[in-house]
Design a protein around this ligand. Structure first.
Ligand SMILES: Cc1cc2nc3c(=O)[nH]c(=O)nc-3n(C[C@H](O)[C@H](O)[C@H](O)COP(=O)(O)OP(=O)(O)OC[C@H]3O[C@@H](n4cnc5c(N)ncnc54)[C@H](O)[C@@H]3O)c2cc1C
Length: 409
């Protein structure tokens, strides 16, 4: 039987695996390899940090969820892919090293959060990108007595060459990989400290490695700037953070910002397992360039989806699900199941939620890709939609089949 290996089990990997299984049934053996037996609804990590959700509410046990749907699960840390020989090298939790072959491979191991590039990270850095970071920040916030909170993204080390085979304007040059969580946190923390009666003791400073939220239209960016002015939040552009100290952060040019608590979306680089793989599988930053069907430019039997693919700019869950769906549809056709293949078209779709003040800002914007949609809609309904989306993800154990109707990113 045709063997499909899926590497990674969050938005991209789960969508690919579930969709492919639904389409091809028993025509292929589908096996997912992920470095943890658990996966999480990542957009709710900020909610964990501010204490409105617990980690177990957003955790899925892959050893149960995937076999229930006829998909094999193997826990393992992928070390490299030998694309020429068709082998994946990974380490099992017991330390045993395995090399496994495949007929088709779907790479969905995401990008790397390069905290090692930030001096002082271990001592003074806080984040929300993984469960353990969100819990550490939760404790810090609970004990925070007041002061300056700096929130921002590290630089994005985007590949330049080879470029993916998609229209050039689909892949803009980005200074930050994903600034949505920064915007969301700035709103959430305003609500958090207001509820605690501490707003007068906290000053928030938002920093960006380029122009903040440059993936949104100039009109939406202007609205955010005005909103920040009204909330007393300072915004500093072109600050490529290099170091975090106890009371300040420093950028590559030596510029400083005072900070008592620094919350960072770390720099994004290519996944080390991909950097360690067959060199012509990846671009110069360690992301996989593909065509619009998510097929590798060099290896016809390899797909890449989500954050690991060089076409997804910015690094968004919405785009991970879109690319995962397309890869599965394309592969189903190759396996003899005729099905429509969606067309890849990038759009920024996300909701910045503020559970304390009961509203969310829903963003839909394709102006970065020369489109004309530019919506930034603050409404109580968007908060409820994000709640519903979280529940939907958990009910289906990460199966985004009804994404179009029930997901509010
Ligand atoms: C705090 C935060 C909030 C966000 N909120 C939103 C939002 O509201 N809306 C939105 O659209 N996007 C959001 N995003 C972006 C979104 O989470 C990512 O774009 C999305 O998770 C990418 O999915 P992925 O499956 O491609 O990669 P990932 O989510 O990075 O998943 C990769 C998977 O592979 C595993 N893995 C990694 N390396 C290896 C290895 N070597 N071996 C085996 N397994 C490995 C990981 O454990 C993980 O399970 C947010 C991001 C962050 C950080």
């Amino acid at each position: 039987m045709t063997k499909v290996l899926v590497l990674g089990a969050r938005f991209g990997g789960l969508t690919s695996a579930y969709t492919l299984k639904r389409l091809v049934g028993n025509k292929a053996e589908i096996k997912v390899i992920n470095n943890s037996r658990f996966t999480y609804f990542r957009p709710a990590f900020p909610h964990v940090a501010v204490g409105v959700k617990d980690v177990d509410e957003i955790t899925i046990d892959l050893t149960k969820a995937l076999p229930e749907k006829g998909i094999i699960f193997q826990q393992g840390e992928v070390e490299k892919i030998d694309a020429k020989s068709g082998l994946v090298y990974y380490k099992k939790p017991d330390g045993n090293k395995v090399e496994e072959d495949y007929d088709y491979l779907i790479i969905a191991i995401g990008a790397h959060l390069a905290t090692e590039l930030i001096k002082g990270w271990e001592m003074y850095g806080y984040s929300v990108c993984e469960a353990e970071y969100a819990l550490k920040l939760r404790e810090k916030l609970a004990n925070f007595q007041g002061g300056i909170i700096a929130i921002g993204s590290g630089p994005f080390y985007q590949g330049k060459s080879p470029r993916p085979k998609v229209p050039e304007h689909y892949v803009p040059v980005a200074d930050a990989a994903c600034e949505g969580p920064v915007f969301e946190l700035s709103l959430m923390l305003h609500g958090y400290f207001k509820k605690k009666g501490m707003l007068n003791k906290v000053k928030m400073v938002i920093f960006s490695p380029g122009e903040y939220l440059s993936d949104l239209s100039p009109m939406s960016r202007k609205i955010v700037r005005e909103m920040y002015k009204q909330l007393g939040i300072e915004l500093i552009d072109n600050f490529r953070i290099k170091e975090i100290r106890e009371k300040e952060i420093i950028d590559e040019n030596g510029k400083k910002i005072e900070s008592d608590l620094t919350i960072l979306i770390p720099p994004y680089t290519g996944n080390p397992a991909l950097k360690n793989s067959t060199p012509d599988l990846i671009d110069d930053a360690g992301f996989v360039p593909t065509d619009t069907n998510m097929v590798s430019l060099k290896y016809e039997n390899i797909y890449a989806v989500g954050d690991a693919n060089s076409i997804t700019i910015p690094k968004l869950g919405y785009l991970a699900v879109k690319t995962g769906t397309i890869a599965a549809q394309h592969l189903a056709n190759r396996l003899g199941v005729q099905t429509k293949i969606d067309q890849y078209y990038p759009t920024i779709v996300c909701v910045a939620d503020n559970p304390f003040e009961g509203f969310g800002v829903a963003v839909k914007d394709d102006t970065w890709y020369k489109g004309s949609i530019s919506i930034a809609d603050p409404s109580p309904l968007n908060h409820l939609k994000k709640e519903l989306f979280t529940k939907y993800f958990m009910w289906t154990k990460g199966d985004m089949a009804l994404e179009k109707y029930l997901a509010s990113w």
